[in-house]
Write a protein that binds this ligand. Structure first.
Ligand SMILES: Cc1cc2nc3c(=O)[nH]c(=O)nc-3n(C[C@H](O)[C@H](O)[C@H](O)COP(=O)(O)O)c2cc1C
Length: 452
């Protein structure tokens, strides 16, 4: 639940909605002439305002909180409150929300407003928004601050057509000066620090991350997250950490590096001596939310299949608290819970001693291993315990029944027994379907989900 103060503040925000709606309609209308204005702006010298002293102080304080952290990336559909709460249970200290459209926040869209809610155990929470209008960004930031967010993050990486056709997300990379003006306009009026998440560029032939980061530095971004791929590459190429590090070394604005971190030793490598302030993890955390604990401890937790059932049931319990433990709550939760097995099913224990070198040779996360069993670990499919095999089953048809067994069980033991029954009845069929299916299904799935 929102804290009382935040609730009151949000209702005050809603009272201001009418005024915002009028202005929002004006912003929509103004977009019609935006193209012409952009062309004129691109010719003009940049006129950026220095940030007020209190915003500079907030930026500096945020940078200290982010230093050396493994940050949970913004993940649409993944980073709902119960999942973030689970990551915080495992020691995640800095987390981003799902992406919210600033205009929808300003219009009071309930689904969008829900994104602002912060879990009780979140230590440092950033709300990510998509916008290309200063006023909308500032309203969204004010609402996020009132709901308890510690910082605002601007999405400049979302590759999906739905966003880019409206000039949002990665489309902003096409007009770096316009982006700098947007960030400067927002950062100088916001009551909380503004970070920006970018990609390397639009395509391999249009890489402009260095120019963009330099402009964001002048514009007053508190930090810049670089996802080391272009908008066009989606998940088909490994993240270019060489370029991330190069930009981090060249710029004064702190850089957060992002891309293809799956294990605690990759997080450590990325953080050690490469000039990044912090590292950000997306799919690695969706696959293994306990990664934050491993990062802190510097060693694998390697939970067994039974222990993972307990962890997934902890997520179920957070969902029951959040959505309610009744039919309606289950329907709401089941938009998310089966979906999580797209990622949970990819977990393999990858101890550094066995996989450390292989991870360097094969950095692209989505194609690291193809089989249910992990050859590097000396595993065979037949040698795996049935529960382990079921939890690793990547057939989407399995996700609903697995989620159902976890939700309906009264205890971890009951859940395990139900899952073993399920495996006995269905697993061979699901595995056979998978063997007959297309390769690189993970890359394709990631592309479908990716918003940044
Ligand atoms: C399911 C999913 C949802 C995502 N949603 C967002 C989003 O809302 N905003 C954003 O900036 N990036 C989003 N991304 C991109 C991630 O934040 C991250 O930049 C990307 O996955 C690379 O990091 P990784 O290799 O650690 O996964 C999403 C990625 C995935 C897989």
């Amino acid at each position: 639940m929102l804290r009382h103060g935040a609730r009151c503040a949000l209702s005050r925000s809603r009272a201001a909605l009418n005024a915002r709606l009028v202005a929002s309609a004006a912003a929509e209308a103004a977009e019609a002439g935006a193209e012409q204005r952009d062309q004129q702006q691109a010719q003009q010298p940049l006129d950026l305002q220095p940030l007020p002293a209190d915003q500079l102080a907030r930026n500096a304080a945020l940078v200290e909180r982010l230093r050396g952290q493994l940050i949970l990336a913004p993940l649409t559909r993944g980073n709902h409150l119960p999942f973030r709460r689970l990551c915080a249970d495992f020691g995640a200290e800095v987390m981003l929300s799902e992406m919210a459209f600033a205009r929808q926040l300003a219009k009071g869209n309930r689904k969008e407003l829900a994104i602002l809610r912060r879990a009780e155990n979140e230590q440092c929470y950033g709300v990510q928004i998509a916008t290309n209008v200063i006023d909308e960004g500032v309203w969204a930031g004010e609402m996020a601050a009132e709901a308890g967010a510690d910082f605002l993050d601007l999405n400049v990486g979302c590759p999906i057509y739905e966003a880019t056709r409206r000039g949002l997300g990665a489309a902003l990379l096409r007009k770096p000066k316009k982006l700098a003006k947007l960030v400067n306009g927002m950062a100088s009026r916001l009551p909380l620090p503004l970070t920006v998440k970018v990609r390397l560029g639009e395509s391999a032939s249009k890489i402009n991350v260095d120019e963009v980061t330099a402009l964001l530095e002048q514009a007053g971004a508190a930090a810049v997250t670089i996802h080391g791929r272009t908008m066009e590459q989606r998940y088909k190429k490994p993240a270019d950490w060489g370029l991330i590090d190069q930009v981090a070394a060249a710029r004064a604005v702190p850089v957060i590096g992002n891309g293809d971190i799956l294990t605690h030793y990759e997080a450590r490598r990325r953080l050690q001596g490469h000039g990044c302030l912090a590292a950000m993890v997306g799919r690695g955390a969706l696959i293994a939310p306990w990664l934050f604990h491993e990062h802190r401890e510097g060693r694998e937790l390697a939970p067994t299949a039974s222990e993972r059932v307990g962890i997934y049931r902890r997520l179920v319990s957070h969902m029951k608290e959040h959505f309610r433990d009744d039919d309606r709550g289950k329907r709401a939760a089941f938009y998310f819970l089966p979906w999580h097995f797209n990622f949970f099913s990819r977990y393999r224990p990858l101890p550094e001693a066995v996989y450390g070198a292989a991870s360097l040779q094969h950095p692209l996360l989505s194609t690291r291993w193809e089989s249910v069993a992990c050859a590097e670990l000396g595993e065979t499919v037949e040698g795996l315990p049935l529960l382990e095999r079921l939890l690793r089953c990547e057939n989407e048809a399995a996700f609903g029944p697995i989620a159902d067994a976890l939700w309906e069980a009264g205890s971890d033991g009951e859940a395990e027994a139900a899952l073993l029954r399920l495996a006995g009845e269905q697993l061979e069929g699901w595995e056979a379907e998978l063997r007959a299916g297309a390769d690189d299904r993970r890359g394709q799935r990631d592309d479908r989900q990716d918003q940044g």
